[in-house]
Design a protein around this ligand. Structure first.
Ligand code: ISL
Ligand code: CA
Length: 559
């Protein structure tokens, strides 16, 4: 097979949410020196790239996704010298660092926005999306991700500005060439510093439909307007331009966060012969349990549906574009609580999900703490919640007549804060995350789920992750091999074969709390077949026509 080998295809990425990773100075908030102190841990895990969620100066309305200065480090996280030291020390250990790039919007406290807001004549006015009101109301009926309306009225100038997220996150006007040039200049500045790439926040939302039309709807009220800002008319021109003026000049990796993309969009953003990005995050799998009214209304997910989404992306992109693989991130509940079992089978199911994550075609992203089997938090009341999305949802849902208990039940399942509780390092004070009071409460299960315990236990989830990462690096077939799904309608197990030249690897995953019989497909075993790894029996079982899988058992079989 003619493969186009690239370091960023073979890399395993580890996502760090700095605020919750490790606190070096006891103020309760994670920071850069905290990350620095854990580089050995990350190196021992075997990952290759660290993705840092935003570390720039920010008033933290949305935990750093509202940037007030792209050239400064958030003082709570440290200094530019700390950042440079972190980068140097990471590189010394063979670890690369990619940064979050949030350029669909800035903070309303960014100097550009302050200047833009000052007056209609301001030189920066057109850096943002300002419109006069219509019929005594907003310029259109768009809803925002975080608030009812996507528009905020500005008394001073008598106009509205667009914010797809919170009102403290005004959208930049990408139609303005000066905006684009200013962003490219900033990106070049960071790349010259030596960073290894970018994860680009909602990058498929930067081009809005001309005229900003209202969503046609029989209902009054604000409407979801994704069709007018996702994968918009100019987005490929902008990214092509960004590639030419910035990305193409460096040996870096880029991944676009692109909610609502289909494989056809991925071909354009991240096609093999494309000139935009290396890969994108698709959001389809994360929506598998969303109800008709959106993420808060959870519906039970079914394994055949889950598998069909994975298979669709694995087969559609094969040879045409590159996948990114993830089961959770800082915007999602913990994958273990969502797709596995965080009770009796915590250990088995965490390892089973790790097996899935690390045996698909694409670049895998591990979210901090998943390698320890961290779980959702059992939020009791809205006072336990910190995330603007959950807090605003709570207010809106109360107004719509939902009871506090119902709302908290939704939040418990889906809140982004689930993923943001402090990293569990030890069984000591505050899970070893901080000497001071953590900004968000530590999950009570840290006394047994923590890195120190797992370091010392050869059978731990952490050590299983290490083994799997090693195996992935040893078998290029796990990175590049074709993906062939088996038994697609089976409700209990997921199985597929990865093939590259003569190497054929069969992956079998039991997604249930029960034993399952897995029948090996006719003629697939040879005298050389063996169990490469297994999450429960350490590979110690003979191969027959049938495998009796234990609850949440996962194995990789070299055929
Ligand atoms: O978080 C979500 C679902 O709960 C998504 O809808 C999310 O808001 C969307 O995918 C965009 O996410 C990114 O941009 C946001 C920021 O809040 C997220 O943390 C970030 O990942 C605005 O910058
Ligand atoms: Ca700190």
């Amino acid at each position: 097979m003619d493969i186009d080998r690239k370091w960023w295809k073979e890399a395993v990425v580890y996502q760090i949410y700095p605020r919750s990773f490790s606190d070096s100075n006891g103020d309760g908030m994670g920071d850069l020196r905290g990350i620095l102190s854990k580089l050995d841990y990350l190196q021992n895990l075997g990952v290759n790239v660290l993705w840092l969620c935003p570390v720039y100066e920010s008033p933290n309305d949305d935990n750093g996704y509202d940037i007030s200065d792209y050239y400064k480090i958030m003082p709570e996280f440290g200094t530019m010298e700390d950042f440079e030291e972190l980068l140097r020390e990471a590189h010394r250990r063979g670890l690369k660092i990619i940064m979050d790039l949030v350029v669909n919007h800035t903070s309303d406290e960014h100097a550009w926005f302050r200047e833009s807001r000052r007056s209609k004549q301001s030189e920066k006015r057109d850096f943002y999306i300002w419109r006069p009101g219509k019929n005594g109301g907003e310029p259109n009926n768009w809803a925002s991700f975080f608030t009812p309306s996507a528009w905020e009225y500005d008394n001073g100038s008598g106009e509205y500005y667009l914010h797809l997220f919170s009102k403290k996150q005004p959208d930049l006007n990408w139609e303005n060439k000066k905006v684009r040039e200013t962003v490219y200049e900033m990106m070049n500045w960071w790349l010259k510093k030596g960073i290894d790439g970018f994860r680009m926040d909602v990058i498929n939302c930067i081009s809005k439909t001309q005229g900003l039309p209202s969503v046609p709807s029989p209902n009054a009220g604000y409407q979801w307007a994704g069709q007018y800002f996702m994968n918009g008319p100019e987005v490929h021109n902008y990214l092509g331009e960004m590639n030419a003026q910035v990305l193409s000049k460096y040996d870096i990796m880029t991944v676009g966060e692109t909610p609502g993309v289909a494989p056809e969009d991925a071909f354009r953003y991240a096609g093999n012969d494309g000139h935009e990005l290396n890969m994108v995050f698709q959001s389809e799998l994360m929506d598998v349990d969303a109800g008709s009214s959106g993420k808060w209304e959870s519906k039970p997910w079914s394994l055949p549906e889950f598998k069909s989404i994975v298979s669709k992306w694995q087969t559609a992109l094969d040879g045409k574009a590159w996948n990114s693989i993830f089961l959770g991130n800082h915007d999602q509940p913990r994958c273990l609580s969502r797709f596995g079992n965080d009770g009796k089978y915590q250990k088995e199911s965490a390892k089973m999900l790790a097996t899935l994550l690390l045996t698909l075609q694409g670049t895998p992203y591990i979210f901090q703490g998943d390698e320890l089997g961290m779980t959702n938090m059992c939020f009791q009341s809205i006072e336990d919640c910190h995330d603007i999305e959950a807090i605003n949802y709570y207010k809106g849902a109360l107004q719509n007549g939902l009871k506090p208990d119902e709302i908290i039940a939704h939040i418990r399942q889906k809140s982004r804060d689930n993923a943001r509780t402090p990293m569990q390092w030890t069984a000591g004070k505050n899970a070893g995350f901080s000497q001071g009071k953590p900004w968000i409460e530590v999950n009570k299960n840290y006394t047994h789920i923590n890195a120190r315990n797992e370091e010392n236990d050869p059978d731990s989830i952490l050590n299983y992750y290490r083994r799997l990462i090693r195996i992935r690096h040893e078998f290029p077939a796990l990175v590049y091999g074709h993906y062939t799904p088996l038994y697609e309608n089976d409700k209990h197990t997921m199985s597929y074969i990865r093939t590259q030249n003569d190497t054929r690897l069969l992956i079998v995953l039991n997604f249930t709390t029960h034993e399952q019989i897995f029948r090996l497909p006719e003629g697939c075993l040879s005298e050389h077949s063996y169990v490469l790894t297994d999450n429960i029996r350490n590979g110690a079982f003979g191969l027959e026509k049938e495998i009796q899988l234990q609850p949440y058992e996962a194995c990789i079989i070299a055929l």
